[in-house]
Design a protein around this ligand. Structure first.
Ligand SMILES: *Cc1c(COP(=O)(O)O)cnc(C)c1O
Length: 252
């Protein structure tokens, strides 16, 4: 999928105006991160800003890189693969943050540096063999579900292993060839107070670190809740809307 499939894609507008818009948004987001770190008694250098560029054209990725951002994220392989290829000349670290089918592992292992959405053993196996085959090393975060369990005791909603299963999955990543365990990731439940969910994630992150001291990444917080995530120890915030504006519909 190319940029042309993004309805009303911003890439066509005057590049200067779009650059100024993104630069202003970036300054706002950096201020929010600094204020949240100050409030939490943390150093702003402890928090890495990851720009989520889904539905936005490769030209926006290029503008972000020109403004000094190096970390970008996508959630669908069909969109991410061509965008990463179109910006392969830039010094970017690509994060994959969406639900991932095992049969897409090989494609994702070709361009992603970090897979934040590792949620089951089968995906660990698929990513491991894909990384080994490609001669690449993938940093992997275990995605933890912070949803209330459904009637069958399994978490419902947007993916992730239950908190009680996170350490075992982290063990599997740590043992797998071609993969490095980075830490944990979560999305706050929709429509609920994110603070208790992020506090729960902090507990899971500590349990994972107890077994794997090198796994220090805690990816939590998006445009609407990055302050609460930073208060709970997030090391990575994933920000889309606040940087790039409202997402466009995608055809196909
Ligand atoms: C889209 C997305 C984000 C960014 O969300 P915004 O609210 O636009 O900042 C963060 N994390 C994941 C997993 C996403 O899919």
């Amino acid at each position: 999928m190319g940029e042309g499939t993004v309805i009303g894609g911003a890439g066509s507008a005057g590049g200067g105006a779009r650059r100024a818009e993104i630069a202003a948004n970036l300054a706002d987001v950096r201020k929010r991160i600094e204020a949240a770190c100050a409030a939490a008694g943390r150093d702003a250098a402890e928090v890495t800003l990851v720009a989520v560029t889904k539905t936005f054209p490769a030209s926006d990725v290029r503008l972000l890189a020109g403004l000094g951002l190096t970390q970008v994220a996508e959630n669908r392989d069909q969109e991410a693969a061509p965008k990463a290829a179109a910006t392969a000349d830039l010094p970017l670290t690509w994060h994959f943050v969406g639900q991932l089918q095992s049969n897409k592992a090989r494609s994702v292992a070709g361009y992603a540096d970090v897979v934040q959405s590792v949620d089951r053993p089968k995906l660990v196996t698929a990513l491991s063999s894909a990384a080994v085959r490609a001669g690449r090393t993938l940093r992997c975060l275990v995605q933890v579900s912070l949803e209330e369990p459904g009637e069958n005791g399994e978490p419902e909603g947007r993916g992730g292993v239950s908190p009680s299963g996170a350490v075992a999955l982290a063990d599997a990543v740590a043992e797998a060839g071609g993969l490095v365990l980075g830490g944990v990731m979560a999305v706050a439940p929709l429509g609920a107070d994110p603070a208790p969910a992020f506090a729960r994630l902090a507990e899971v992150a500590a349990a994972v670190r107890a077994a794997h001291p090198e796994a220090t990444d805690v990816s939590a917080g998006m445009s609407g809740d990055l302050e609460q995530a930073i208060a709970c120890g997030a090391t990575h915030v994933r920000v889309g809307t606040a940087l790039l504006g409202g997402r466009r519909a995608i055809v196909g």
